[in-house]
Design a protein around this ligand. Structure first.
Ligand SMILES: [Zn+2]
Length: 246
């Protein structure tokens, strides 16, 4: 675990155990008028079962969540998906409230292997995030198909979206690619939220970041953008700077 903490400090400084970040965000959002009775959570993570514990941790604090997940956590649900989540929100005093949680993920193996995770019953280490590792391998080979593949819809959409964001000709390492994926997720989230919400009747919280799978099965989160919009005004939520000893 010491090695993991060292690597996290190098790659994602400020990351902390998921419970610490989610408790902190929950308290801050509660103080701004959001609670589990008046807010619908909408969670976008990778389909990987390693991410499931984070969905559960959000649901423990906020109730059943609308699912925004796709491979790599890239948001592919579009305006129709966001509008569906909004349509399911409780109405209190003429207001709808949403909490968006959206993050890509990366695993760390027991010897510090970035992009690797141990899975019960599976020999050796496997990739996490497999979708990003596969895309990176294509970049490295110099052969990337930028077209929509009907037999591989999500992966081809992710590829097209990330290619638009990455610098042409540069092959990022996995940490850089995961951070770039976070930036794409945040950009798509904010653009779609802006076009599907009315500031007069919708308040919302945003928690983005990167999920980090530790070799002992725990998940940490590096906080990316954490804020609320209340009555159309953005309020940033400062995150605790130091991880705990959990
Ligand atoms: Zn994944």
């Amino acid at each position: 675990m010491e090695r993991f903490k060292m690597l996290v400090e190098r790659d994602f400084p400020g990351a902390m155990p998921k419970e610490d970040l989610l408790d902190h965000c929950t308290q801050a959002l509660n103080a701004l008028g959001f609670n589990r009775n008046n807010t619908i959570p909408a969670v976008g993570l990778c389909r990987d079962e390693l991410c499931r514990s984070v969905r559960h941790a959000v649901q423990e604090r906020w109730g059943e969540a609308f699912d925004m997940s796709s491979l790599a956590g890239v948001l592919l649900l579009g305006r129709t998906g966001f509008l569906a989540a909004h349509d399911h929100a409780p109405l209190e005093g003429g207001k709808e409230r949403y909490l968006y949680v959206a993050m890509p993920h990366v695993g760390y193996g027991p010897s510090g292997e970035v992009g690797k995770a141990f899975r019960l019953g599976r020999p050796g280490l496997s990739s996490a995030c497999g979708a990003l590792v596969a895309f990176r391998r294509e970049l490295e080979s110099g052969r990337v198909d930028p077209t929509l593949n009907q037999d591989d819809l999500e992966q081809s959409l992710i590829r097209i979206r990330l290619l638009k964001h990455l610098q042409f000709g540069h092959v990022p390492d996995l940490v850089e690619l995961t951070r770039a994926t976070h930036d794409v997720i945040l950009e798509d989230l904010e653009r779609t939220v802006a076009s599907t919400t009315d500031p007069a009747s919708c308040d919302y919280g945003v928690v983005t970041g990167v999920l980090l799978h530790a070799p002992n099965g725990r998940t940490w989160i590096w906080p990316g953008a954490v804020y609320a919009v209340v009555d159309g005004k953005r309020i940033d939520i400062a995150c605790p700077p130091k991880p705990t000893s959990r």
